[in-house]
Design a protein around this ligand. Structure first.
Ligand code: IPM
Ligand code: MG
Length: 358
């Protein structure tokens, strides 16, 4: 069996703890002869700033290009807050997304039955939620020029630019429409076309592209309304497609629907389906190194990797079912425990999922 080459980028904070559990699960599959891996580890984020002076060293990008897939933890922490912008851990993440042209970010928001009561919303609103947020990841205001803090008329002015080319909008919309075909056939495109020209273009291009997908129903929402609908009736959504910034915000709302951001995986794909997989949660420096972090988002990210980059949907489903079983057995890390429930460590949660894998 030809091994899949996986680059692990544990990063900062809880990143190393949760990626260790994701790796353990992949190794469990490999030990059973289901698949083979060759793991390599690299530096990103604050860890890379400390060791190499920058958040994305060349060698990491080279290794990422060589790998079949990248599995990342998280970046950032207060230690690097005061650093110059080029040495901010987050720059490393943005640079690898851009360097590998990972323009399509998939953030599935699914609520495990066992956790419907962990959400801050009513369980009847949450049970059965299954939304896929498709976020454009290499364009928009995150990367647009001009940007910077400039001096103007004796005071400073901060500038960022929301900018989308038709081709960038078209390709992410195609991703969303294709993915909707494998689901319930509905795409909501989210924009702010009542105010922003970039959004007017977004909406026009989305409509044009959708003509090639007569079997998919495309509708449009302004982002403020979309945010409201997402907490009002999350079950009404199938696929949402949106820009980099709106997707960032809406996916945190999505995370809270499921009860904890510790549960949400993501895939960032380029045009050939190669990708970087990472939990949606951040580095959580306040709980780092204490065995408190929830490894499920990292484990579910590994499942997405099996599905989207390694062609093993069969194994992805088994991992996802193992996570559901562990939750159904009442195994809870602190973030998803109800008062009075027993709380397990990061490692113990990883073990519980590995044990439930069959
Ligand atoms: C995310 C994060 C990142 C983003 C940060 C860490 C740069 O919030 O992946 O959602 O804004 O994209
Ligand atoms: Mg975010």
């Amino acid at each position: 069996m030809k091994p899949h080459r996986i680059l692990l980028l544990p990063g900062d904070g809880i990143g190393p703890e949760v990626t260790t559990q994701a790796r353990r699960l992949l190794e469990t599959l490999a030990a059973r002869g289901e698949i083979a891996f060759e793991f390599e580890e690299g530096l990103i984020g604050g860890a890379a700033v400390d060791a190499r002076g920058k958040p994305l060293p060349e060698e990491t990008l080279v290794a990422a290009r060589r790998a079949d897939a990248v599995l990342m933890g998280a970046v950032g922490g207060p230690k690097w807050d005061g650093a110059p912008r080029a040495a901010h851990p987050e720059r490393g993440l943005l640079a690898i997304r851009s360097g590998l042209e990972l323009y399509a970010n998939l953030r599935p928001v699914r609520c495990a039955d066992a956790l419907a009561d962990a959400s801050s919303l009513k369980p009847e609103l949450i049970r059965g939620v299954d939304v896929l947020i498709v976020r454009e990841l290499t364009g928009g205001i995150y990367f647009g020029e001009p940007r910077g803090i400039f001096e103007e008329d004796g005071e400073r002015v901060g500038i960022n630019t929301e900018r989308y080319r038709e081709s960038e909008i078209a390709r992410i919309c195609r991703n969303a429409l294709e993915l909707a075909r494998l689901r319930r056939g509905q795409v909501v495109s989210v924009d702010k076309a009542n105010v922003l020209e970039s959004s007017q273009l977004w909406r026009e291009v989305a409509k044009t592209v959708a003509r090639d997908y007569p079997d998919v129903r495309l509708t449009h929402l302004y982002v403020d309304n979309a945010a409201m609908q997402l907490v009002r009736s999350p079950k009404s959504f199938d696929v949402m497609v949106t820009s980099n910034l709106f997707g960032d915000i809406l996916s945190d709302i999505g995370a809270q629907l499921t009860g904890s951001i510790g549960l949400l995986p993501s895939a960032s794909l380029n045009a050939d389906g190669r990708g970087l997989y990472e939990p949606v949660h951040g580095s959580a420096p306040d709980i780092a190194g204490r065995g408190l972090a929830n490894p499920l988002a990292a484990i579910l990210s590994a499942a997405m990797m099996l599905r989207h980059s390694l062609g093993r949907s069969d194994l992805a489903e088994r991992v996802e079912r193992a996570v559901e079983r562990a939750l159904a057995r009442g195994i809870r890390t602190a973030d998803i425990a109800r008062p009075g429930q027993d709380v397990v460590s990061t490692v113990r949660m990883g073990q519980a999922v590995a044990e439930a894998l069959y």
